[in-house]
Write a protein that binds this ligand. Structure first.
Ligand code: HAM
Length: 409
């Protein structure tokens, strides 16, 4: 009987990322980092787990997230923690803890955990990047945050996305609206599931009951966006899944995804969140964008996986001397900034040549007994059809210079 171990699998709803997809991740993340920097955001890194109270703030009705979706655990010290289901509450907790000068503009790249039913585009562990701005309610900041997302999506090659925007009102106008909605629902009590949707969709809409301040704020955000050519669609039915939102809320949806999972990013204002977490009153706004979904959308739109980041090899070193020539050569070229590979295990010339061809490297450097004796290296352009003619021998001491020149051509 075999006692072989059954190979383990990644947990349900999680994914390993290997090349070439991992190169695309690198490209998307580094592009986002560049954009965040251009827009004046600094990187913030917070723990993957927090006191459960950071996410489950226990204010009135419990949110979906708090009750059903969190990974909660008790550690050996009997503290109750949750794996973060999102970035915003953690970043706001860090803001309160450290008190940086405002306006504070922070960006993050965060793995998030939600116990959801896995399906395409919805996972138990996903990755987000996002930004948060604390300390101003200037509509210009709403415009800037939304513009960052918009320009970033453009930069990674997305074309089929739309920006939906709405206002959740504030502590002045929302309570009155909630009363109205209650009254509407009470008057239409026979609320069977399917009918419920119809009843609510016929009901009063918050957009019609915004206080003048909230309405003006929204109008200025929409006008600001349109002044820089960012088209938004007012969607009075847009409601997002966290209880902390007020005023501006928005979502970017992609027409390249199934409508159930078509949000590539979303966010909004959360002007009361600092207080809910024990801090002073402070305005805040931000957004988060799911990396897995962005990659699904890029694929659906036919974007080239590797075009965001260059992960091509420059040089492949072939060494048949059985000395340490290859070790020295690859080190020298790597120090000079070139992506360099070699073969191992003392393979034959033929087998190393095959590997060099497969590697996609632009140049092969060959060192055999002859080159070793002459203190030279043969350079071969792997893209040339006739390398017998084009290959040449170069003094060992000049190799890094010559290779750098050739790679420019
Ligand atoms: P969210 O809409 O829950 O917002 O998530 C942001 C994005 O993360 C979504 O638009 C989607 O692309 C991706 N995402 C969410 N859940 C999953 C999942 N289970 N699997 C794959 N992708 C997912 C937030 O998290 C807020 N913190 C955004 C924010 C920042 N609001 C203000 N500041």
């Amino acid at each position: 009987m075999s006692d072989a171990v059954t190979p383990f699998q990644a947990p349900i709803g999680t994914h390993d990322v290997l090349a070439p997809s991992s190169a695309e991740w690198e490209g998307v993340i580094s592009t986002f980092a560049q954009f965040a920097y251009r827009y004046g955001f600094e990187l913030v890194i917070t723990p993957m787990f927090e006191d459960v109270g950071v996410f489950n703030r226990g204010i009135g009705e419990e949110s979906e997230m708090a009750t059903k979706e969190m990974y909660v655990f008790t550690d050996r010290g009997n503290r109750t923690y949750a794996l973060r289901p999102e970035g915003t509450a953690s970043v706001v907790r860090a803001f309160i803890q450290h008190g940086p000068t405002t306006p504070w503009k922070a960006w993050y790249f965060a793995t998030a955990f939600r116990y959801e039913r896995p399906q395409k585009g919805r996972y138990r562990q996903h990755n987000q990047f996002g930004v948060e701005v604390l300390g101003t309610d200037d509509p210009a900041v709403d415009v800037e945050v939304i513009a960052l997302a918009f320009r970033f999506y453009e930069a990674i090659g997305l074309t089929r996305f739309r920006l939906l925007i709405n206002s959740m009102g504030d502590a002045v106008c929302r309570p009155a609206y909630v009363e109205l909605l209650r009254a509407h629902l009470a008057a239409n009590v026979d609320c069977k599931d399917a009918n419920c949707v119809a009843v609510t969709s016929e009901g009063p809409m918050l957009i019609d009951w915004l206080c003048p301040e909230c309405r003006e704020h929204l109008d200025r955000v929409i006008a600001g966006l349109s002044s820089i050519g960012v088209t938004s669609v007012l969607d009075p039915r847009l409601v997002r899944g966290f209880d902390y939102y007020n005023r501006t809320t928005f979502e970017f949806v992609s027409d390249a995804l199934d409508s159930a999972q078509n949000a590539i990013g979303g966010g909004g204002r959360y002007d009361g969140l600092t207080e809910q977490l024990g801090g002073k009153p402070m305005s805040g706004i931000g957004f988060g964008s799911g990396i897995e979904r962005l990659l699904i959308v890029r694929e659906a739109e036919g974007a080239e996986p590797r075009n965001l980041v260059n992960r091509a090899l420059d040089v492949f070193v072939i060494d048949t001397t059985n000395e340490d020539v290859a070790t020295a050569l690859v080190d020298e070229l790597r120090v000079a900034g070139l992506a360099t590979a070699r073969a191992y295990d003392q393979r034959s010339m033929k087998s190393q040549m095959k590997l060099a061809d497969k590697s996609g490297a632009r140049l092969a450097l060959l060192v055999g007994p002859q080159e070793l004796a002459a203190v030279e290296v043969t350079i071969r352009d792997l893209r040339s059809d006739d390398f017998e003619q084009t290959q040449r021998r170069v003094a060992r001491s000049e190799i890094a210079l010559v290779v750098a020149e050739l790679l420019k051509s």
